[in-house]
Design a protein around this ligand. Structure first.
Ligand code: 4AZ
Length: 247
C-alpha cells in the first residue's frame, strides 16, 4: 500500500495472506486474500500466474498483523482447492478473480475468532459508495520502498465509470472498479505489488457492516501520480461465487 498507515491489530479480521510453502521461499508473500466465509477466501486470479495454481504450493495465513511476530490470533491453513475464474486469461486483466478453499484439522475449515472473521459480500447490484465513502484498501505489499511488515490501510475513493474509462481507455470494463486518493488527500494513495488479491472494503452506513466491493487487480504502476488502481468488481461475480462455494 502506497500512502497508507499501520492498521490496528484485528482491525481487518477478513484480511488473509497467500504465502508460499516449502523449501527456500517458505512463507514468502504471494498475494492478499479476503475471507468470505470460514472455508473460502476471495483473491485475484493473476496471483497464480507466477507459481501456478497447484494448491500444495501455497498456504493461507489469517489473523496476522506483523508478519515476523507470532501473534495470538494468527493461524496458517493448507489450501485444499484453487478455482480461477474460467474466463480469466493470463495475458489480460479481465475476470481477475479466484477462490481459495482452506482446510484445517479434522475436515474443518478456518476457526473464527474476533481477529478472524469473514467480510460481507455486496448485495446484487449494490454499488460501492462513490467519492468520500468510508472505503479502505489493505495489505502487506510494497509501500514504495519495500514490502510492509505490518498490515497497512489507506482510505481510498471509488471513482465513477467515466473517470476510470478516461484513465484506462479500452481496457476498463463493467467488471472492474477504479479507485484513487480521496480528493481532500494530496498524497499518493494506491495498492501495489503484494497487495493484489486483497480487498477494497467500504462500511455500509448506520452499522450495516463492512462489504468487499473490490479485489486488488492492476493499474498503470503504483508509483505513478494521479493514476487510480483497478479492482475486480465483486458485485459482478456473485453468481460465480455462489456456484463455486455452494453458498
Ligand atoms: C501489482 O503489480 C499491482 N495500483 C497491484 C495493484 C496495482 C498495480 C500493480 C494497482 O501487483
Amino acid at each position: 500500500i502506497i500512502g497508507g498507515q499501520n492498521s490496528l491489530r484485528g482491525g481487518w479480521p477478513w484480511q488473509a495472506a497467500i504465502r508460499l510453502r516449502g523449501s527456500q521461499s517458505d512463507g514468502r508473500l504471494v498475494c492478499g486474500a479476503t475471507l468470505i466465509n470460514s472455508c473460502w477466501a476471495l483473491t485475484a486470479a493473476h496471483c497464480f500466474k507466477r507459481y501456478g495454481n497447484s494448491s500444495r504450493l501455497y498456504k493461507v495465513r489469517v489473523g496476522d498483523y506483523h508478519t515476523l511476530v507470532p501473534e495470538d490470533f494468527e493461524e496458517e491453513y493448507a489450501v485444499e482447492k484453487i478455482v480461477l475464474h474460467g474466463r480469466y486469461h493470463s495475458h489480460g486483466n479481465d475476470y481477475d478473480l479466484a477462490l481459495v478453499r482452506m482446510s484445517g484439522r479434522g475436515g474443518a475449515c478456518v476457526s473464527l475468532s474476533h481477529h478472524v472473521l469473514p467480510v460481507c459480500l455486496p448485495a446484487r447490484r449494490e454499488r460501492a459508495p462513490r467519492g468520500t465513502g468510508n472505503c479502505y484498501i489493505t495489505g502487506w505489499g510494497d509501500t514504495g520502498r519495500a514490502y510492509s511488515k505490518t498490515l497497512q490501510q489507506a482510505a481510498i475513493s471509488v471513482l465513477g465509470k467515466r473517470e476510470c474509462e478516461l484513465h484506462f481507455a479500452g481496457t476498463f470494463n463493467k467488471r472492474m472498479l477504479c479507485a484513487g486518493a480521496p480528493s481532500d488527500d494530496h498524497r499518493r494513495v494506491d495498492s501495489c505489488r503484494g497487495d493484489s488479491g486483497g480487498p477494497l472494503v467500504c462500511e455500509r452506513p448506520a452499522g450495516g457492516g463492512w462489504v468487499i466491493y473490490g479485489v486488488t487487480s492492476w493499474g498503470h504502476a503504483c508509483r505513478l501520480h494521479d493514476s487510480p488502481g483497478v479492482y475486480t468488481k465483486v458485485s459482478a461475480f456473485l453468481p460465480w461465487i455462489k456456484k463455486v462455494t455452494g453458498q
